[in-house]
Design a protein around this ligand. Structure first.
Ligand code: B16
Ligand code: MG
Length: 219
């Protein structure tokens, strides 16, 4: 029986990938190489420092640890100029209704995100008091596909892993859910998220009850 829903943040509740893209692209251009939207796909669900490593690998650039720290900080400052202007109308289509449904069904809800900017984003979209637990990049040591982020969420909610359904847009996040022994829903393309118990394109017209039923079909 599902007792809790664990939400990834970027790509499930809001689309911040577009802001990450602008900020990483600016950094790449400064270093003299191109960073495309296809490259940006590789950064979804990945931590900030690992994102930087991938960016440098794409550009064939090497930097010292000190320089990497400075680049990551600068990228984050640029990124924050966008997220500090976010409004609740940036919550993805269907998600406000889905969230209401979660509460109505008496289910617990937690955030499981790699982002250290989670508190800022939740505040901007006015969901900072909605969740029963928030587990983000500030709290965890091991990045997805390690299940730490979701297992910590389950433990904070006082539910067992097998009672959790994870909503994720990144393949590494689906793997994290499966590694943790949880049900998983991929939000996006089946080509990328095929390992999930079920895959949806988005939340418009999707109720929590129908999603749980769909997920349970594949055990
Ligand atoms: P920050 P999620 C992830 O959030 C993003 O998908 C990923 O692109 C980003 O690099 C990561 O957060 C770290 O973000 O720089 O804000 O700490 O999808 O796990 O909610
Ligand atoms: Mg995500």
């Amino acid at each position: 029986m599902i007792k809790a829903i664990l939400f990834d943040l970027d790509g499930v509740i809001v689309d911040t990938a577009k802001y990450h893209y602008i900020a990483w692209k600016a950094l790449a251009e400064e270093m003299g190489f191109e960073f495309t939207l296809a490259h940006n796909e590789r950064l979804k669900g990945v931590s900030r420092m690992t994102s930087l490593e991938i960016l440098l690998e794409i550009g064939g650039v090497s930097k010292t640890d000190e320089e990497k720290k400075e680049l990551a900080e600068r990228k984050n400052e640029h990124y924050r100029t966008f997220i500090t202007k976010m409004k609740p109308d940036e919550i993805l289509p269907g998600m406000p209704e889905f969230l209401k449904g979660v509460k109505k069904a008496g289910l617990k809800a937690a955030i499981g995100s790699a982002s250290k900017n989670t508190p800022t984003i939740l505040k901007q979209i006015e969901l900072d008091t909605f969740f029963d637990a928030v587990v983000d990049g500030n709290k965890i040591a091991k990045a997805k596909p390690d299940p730490e982020v979701f297992l910590t969420g389950a433990s904070e909610l006082n539910v067992k892993p097998e009672e959790c359904m994870v909503l994720e847009d990144a393949a590494s996040g689906i793997e994290a859910a499966l590694n943790g022994g949880m049900y998983s829903v991929g939000v996006g393309s089946p080509d990328v998220l095929g390992k999930a118990h079920c895959v949806i394109a988005g939340f418009e017209g999707v109720s929590v009850e129908s999603l749980i039923a769909k997920c349970m079909q594949k055990r």
